[in-house]
Design a protein around this ligand. Structure first.
Ligand code: BTN
Length: 254
């Protein structure tokens, strides 16, 4: 029974008490023609998916686990920017709640140097046409320290752990949908360049050293942020800035 004030996100909501993964259901529904803006939400995931084939711990009642179906007007080339845009929307929503979250390139949201949320963007496309994108968002909300798996306890956190408050998931979900719509509208009308500056303001680790792996080289550089198309800006040891469209980064802890 939600009072929705969004224009397209969540016009159709599928809620499951327990599911393997909202991402898998959303992809299946999208294949069957589910509408732009459909959201799959779950209280608990038994097989939550992270990036790079990793799993995503999604216990009952403590987090926001959701997948949004998008049928974009842009093409596959722009799709990587959507993850960056979604990170802006999420971080904006947190900041509105007084939470000092930061974007860690490309798809993580950090709070006090620990991971609070992750974004998983998956696309079904052929050549120049995107059938759909499923934008998965996982946010640790009310977990206590002991609820986090031991192997991620020093790297991950929740809103509760950082603020000592119990958060209402439903209100946060609505706030996030509003911000997603707002960022998406900007992005599709004015292009990624129109949100790049905000991304830079919300980003962490600018000026930090990274190990860069591209299909053809491995080198160290200083992370300077992103350019107008969402490409990486890296300062190499010779002082020149290089723009890279596809690379893996490993942060060098100093
Ligand atoms: C990451 O590795 O940081 C991305 C995590 C994405 C997790 C969310 S939770 C909702 C959706 N369903 C999944 O199985 N994964 C995403």
């Amino acid at each position: 029974n939600w009072q929705l004030d969004t224009s397209w996100i969540g016009r159709k909501i599928i809620f499951e008490k327990e599911i393997d993964s909202t991402q898998m259901l959303a992809k299946a529904l999208a294949d069957q023609g589910a509408a732009h803006g459909t959201v799959v939400l779950a209280d608990k995931q038994t097989s939550g998916k992270g990036t790079k084939g990793r799993s995503w711990h999604s216990p009952a009642g403590t987090g926001i686990w959701m997948s949004l179906i998008i049928r974009p007007e842009f093409g596959p080339r722009e799709a990587a920017q959507l993850t960056l845009a979604a990170a802006v929307a999420l971080t904006r929503a947190f900041r509105k709640e007084g939470i000092d979250a930061e974007i860690k390139w490309p798809n993580d949201i950090y709070l006090n140097e620990k991971k609070l949320a992750g974004i998983l963007t998956e696309m079904q496309a052929e050549q120049d046409y995107i059938h759909h994108i499923v934008l998965g968002i996982g946010i640790n909300i009310n977990q206590k320290e002991k609820d986090l798996p031991p192997d991620i306890r020093d790297k991950a956190t929740s809103l509760h752990i950082e603020t000592q408050k119990e958060w209402k998931r439903q209100e946060l979900i609505h706030l996030i949908w509003k911000e997603l719509e707002s960022v998406y509208a900007h992005y599709t009308k004015a292009g990624f360049a129109s949100i790049r500056e905000e991304w830079m303001q919300l980003a962490s680790r600018l000026g930090r050293r990274v190990k860069v792996t591209t299909p053809t080289a491995i080198f160290e550089a200083v992370f300077q942020g992103i350019g107008a198309e969402g490409e990486l800006l890296l300062e190499k040891t010779d002082g020149l800035t290089q723009r890279i469209y596809s690379a893996e980064l490993e942060w060098i802890e100093e």
